[in-house]
Design a protein around this ligand. Structure first.
Ligand code: PSV
Ligand code: MN
Length: 401
């Protein structure tokens, strides 16, 4: 039963994880890095090949701009993967220095909205059902702009995007505490994102990027709350030690990831994903107008470690946290909670967390016809040697290209 549910989980990898990345101090180039979106998809397909649970790839526009998106989607299908969320980018153009959809100049706001609507066109062409919106908008100095007016401008843009969404499409609104703006951020927290989404309706949901909170914030509470309200659309998984570090999910704080996945299981979100997939397999759309699935997406960069194994390891980390969450004895937990048995309840959770689930996952992979250790299988496959030899010349993809 647990294995069945793990087999049904889907984890989406981001195209940008396969390109070069770094900090503002240095980008270290790596051999074999993709030169275009087609090569990024090929790398993502290897992650799926070895893990069996990563069948979709998120795109970032314009980093993944191509002339023919339908062709790109067909190419992905040929590699055994599909196009996942379309991520908009209104943060890397000179015009956006003072904001994008909240900019004081209506001409800049129109330009930003135009990009967001273009992203919905790309969804139509690629079959993607999810648009991910993140705005770097904010201010650096008190008095720089009217905080309330910026909310009005944001609401107006979101409503226009919402109107444009077709059947079975949704947008996920992402919040982030700070950066690149340091004084105010226009969508700084889940409450702001939630309030905008509630006003718009069911096709607007919140995405939780695990790196976008102040230290000490209880992310699993946010997850439980949003799930209860039907407003959790997905995760951007990564790890942070300090701020938006974008390190591998489950690396900095595997216990936090377990606690988050427990709320996901408790909230029924794994089941919704399974229902939706089986309806799609039988030719229908489970959620009717809006995808109900909570999207488990990675939003990471691999600055010093190799990228494909970094993604494989991250997928495995999410699987391990999910397996532990599924192992929690919910009846025993409920009984202890009813009895006010504080230590007993805590012990039930810790028993699950302290279980070594790697043998279970290895067994599952063998049942799926995969090698039990995806990291070792990838290393043996010779794929890295092949891309390092073949991908010479041309411009390597990188953050912003
Ligand atoms: C912003 O920090 C963010 O988390 C958004 O999801 C962007 O699309 C992504 O990072 C870019 O890497
Ligand atoms: Mn993100």
């Amino acid at each position: 039963m647990i294995k069945e549910r793990l087999r049904g989980q889907r984890i989406e990898t981001p195209s940008w994880a396969y390109g070069n990345s770094g900090t503002r101090f240095k980008v270290f180039a790596q051999p074999g890095v993709p030169r275009d979106p087609y090569e990024k998809l090929a790398d993502a397909a290897r992650v799926h090949l070895h893990t069996g649970v990563a069948p979709t790839v998120a795109l970032h526009i314009p980093w993944d701009r191509v002339d023919d998106y339908a062709h790109l989607a067909r190419h992905a299908a040929g590699l055994g993967v599909g196009i996942g969320a379309i991520n908009s980018n209104v943060f890397q153009d000179d015009d956006y220095k003072l904001g994008s959809v909240t900019h004081p100049d209506p001409a800049v706001r129109r330009k930003a909205l135009g990009h967001l609507l273009d992203c919905v066109d790309i969804m139509d062409l690629t079959g993607s059902d999810t648009l991910k919106l993140w705005f770097s908008d904010g201010t650096n100095y008190p008095g720089q702009d009217d905080i309330r007016a910026r909310q009005d401008r944001l609401a107006e843009a979101l409503a226009a995007v919402y109107e444009r969404l077709g059947e079975g499409q949704r947008f996920l609104l992402e919040y982030k505490l700070f950066e690149p703006a340091f004084y105010t951020t226009d969508v700084p927290d889940w409450g702001t994102a939630y309030a905008h989404c509630v006003k718009l309706g069911p096709k607007a949901q919140v995405v939780v990027d695990t790196g976008h909170h102040a230290p000490g914030v209880n992310i699993e509470f946010i997850v439980a709350f949003l799930l209860r309200e039907g407003k959790l659309g997905g995760f951007d998984f990564n790890s942070r030690f300090y701020a938006d570090d974008d390190l591998m999910v489950g690396a900095a704080d595997p216990f936090q990831l377990f606690r988050i996945m427990f709320e996901v299981v408790r909230g029924g979100a794994l089941d919704d994903g399974e229902k939706e997939r089986s309806a799609e397999l039988s030719g229908g759309h489970a959620g009717g107008e809006v995808p109900r699935r909570v999207a488990f997406m990675l939003d990471q960069c691999h600055n010093i470690e190799p990228k494909i194994p970094g993604q494989i390891r991250s997928v495995m980390n999410v699987q391990e946290a999910t397996a532990k969450a599924l192992l929690v004895d919910r009846d025993a937990l409920a009984a202890a909670q009813r009895a006010g048995d504080v230590l007993g309840a805590n012990a039930v959770l810790m028993d699950a967390y302290n279980t070594d689930v790697r043998p279970l996952l290895a067994e599952l992979r063998e049942e799926m016809g995969l090698a039990p250790d995806p990291m070792a299988a990838y290393a043996r496959s010779g794929y890295f040697e092949k891309i390092a030899a073949e991908r010479v010349g041309g411009a390597q993809a990188g953050w912003g290209a």
